[in-house]
Design a binder for this molecule. Structure first.
Ligand code: NDP
Length: 280
C-alpha cells in the first residue's frame, strides 16, 4: 500500500466553475494511478504563496486559469516555446525543484483540429483576439498555417495579436474589424470561433453571414458549455465538418497529464466524464 498520493492541481479564481478536475481525476482513476488533482481558489495576492506551497509540498505541477496566467511567469524558472511567445502560462511542470511554464491551451486545440485537418498551408479565419485566440493563433502559426485573418470587434486586442504573429512566425496575418454579418472569403479552409459568444447560451449566434460557410470549410468552436453551439449547428447545416470546444479542453488535459506523469491518458474516458457533466 502507498498512502501518499502524487499531487497536481489548479490555481484560479472562480474555480468552482472549472470542470478540469472531473476529467483529470477520471483519467487517474481509469489508469489506476495514485495521483490527485486539487482545484484551489487562489486570489491574486496569494498566488506567490500558493506556488511556493506547491513546491514545498512536493506537487508535481499545476494548471493556472483566470487571473493568474501572466502573473505567474516571474515566479517560474523557465518557459516552453509557445508559452514564451504567448506571454501566458496555463500549465506548470515541477521537476527536480524547477518550475517550467507551458501553454497547453493552443496545443490542445491543435491536437483536436488535427483529428480532422492539418492546418499546415491552410487559410484560416479566427474570430476573437483574447487569451484563447492568442494561444490558438500562435499554435496555428507554428504549425505552418499559410494565412490567418483575425476578426475582432476592437483593434485594441486584435492589432497586438496580429503584430505578434507577423513578427514571430512565418504566417501572414491580417486584422479585420468585425462588421455585422461578416462574410467568409470563399477560399477559407478553417474557421475558428475563439470568442466567448455562445458561452452559457446555446442559441446565441455568431454575427456572420452563415451562407458564406461552405462544405469545404472545417469549423471549430472553443465554447465548452454548451458544446453544441448555435455556430456549430449552423456550420453543420451548411455541410461543414465541425469540432466542438470539448476537444480542446480534453486534449490540453491529456497534454498536461503527459507532462506531469509521463502517461498517455485515455481521452475517451475524459470526454465521457465531461459529456456526463454537460449532457452533450
Ligand atoms: P477573453 O475575455 O480573453 O476574450 C474574449 C474575446 O471574445 C475577445 O476577442 C472579445 O472581443 C470577444 N467577444 C466577447 N463578446 C463578444 C461579442 N458579443 N461579439 C464579438 N466578440 C466578442 O476570453 P478568453 O479568450 O480567455 O476565452 C474565450 C472563450 O474561450 C471563453 O468562452 C472560454 O470559456 C473559452 N475557452 C475554452 C477553452 C477550451 O479548452 N475549450 C480554453 C480557454 C478558453 P473584444 O476584444 O472586442 O472585446
Amino acid at each position: 500500500m502507498d498512502f501518499r498520493s502524487e499531487l497536481v492541481g489548479s490555481f484560479s479564481e472562480g474555480s468552482n466553475g472549472n470542470p478540469t478536475i472531473a476529467m483529470i481525476e477520471a483519467a487517474f482513476a481509469h489508469h489506476g494511478m495514485n495521483w490527485r488533482y486539487v482545484n484551489c481558489e487562489v486570489p491574486p495576492d496569494q498566488l506567490e504563496a500558493a506556488v511556493k506551497g506547491a513546491l514545498a509540498m512536493g506537487w508535481r505541477g499545476f494548471n493556472l486559469s483566470i487571473p493568474h496566467k501572466v502573473a505567474v511567469i516571474p515566479l517560474l524558472d523557465g518557459l516552453g516555446e509557445s508559452a514564451e511567445m504567448m506571454g501566458a502560462v496555463n500549465c506548470v511542470v515541477i521537476r527536480d525543484g524547477r518550475m517550467i511554464g507551458e501553454n497547453t491551451d493552443g496545443m490542445g486545440f491543435l491536437t483536436s483540429l488535427r483529428q480532422v485537418v492539418d492546418p499546415q498551408g491552410k487559410r484560416i479565419v479566427m474570430f476573437g483576439a483574447g487569451g484563447a485566440a492568442r494561444a490558438i493563433g500562435v499554435e496555428l502559426a507554428l504549425a505552418g498555417a499559410a494565412a490567418i485573418t483575425v476578426v475582432n470587434r476592437s483593434a485594441a486586442r486584435g492589432a497586438p495579436l496580429v503584430d505578434l504573429l507577423n513578427r514571430k512566425t512565418a504566417t501572414r496575418c491580417t486584422l479585420a474589424i468585425w462588421q455585422a454579418g461578416h462574410r467568409l472569403p470563399e477560399a477559407t479552409d478553417i474557421v475558428v470561433n475563439a470568442t466567448s459568444v455562445g458561452l452559457g447560451n446555446g442559441d446565441q449566434p455568431l454575427d456572420i453571414a452563415t451562407d458564406s460557410l461552405t462544405e469545404r470549410m472545417v469549423v471549430a468552436d472553443v465554447i465548452v458549455d454548451p458544446p453544441d453551439t448555435r455556430f456549430l449547428r449552423d456550420a453543420r447545416a451548411r455541410g461543414c465538418r465541425v469540432i466542438d470546444g470539448l476537444g480542446m479542453l480534453i486534449n490540453q488535459g491529456v497534454i498536461g497529464v503527459k507532462l506531469w506523469t509521463g502517461l498517455e491518458a485515455d481521452a475517451g474516458v475524459m470526454r465521457r466524464r465531461l459529456e456526463q457533466i454537460f449532457k452533450a
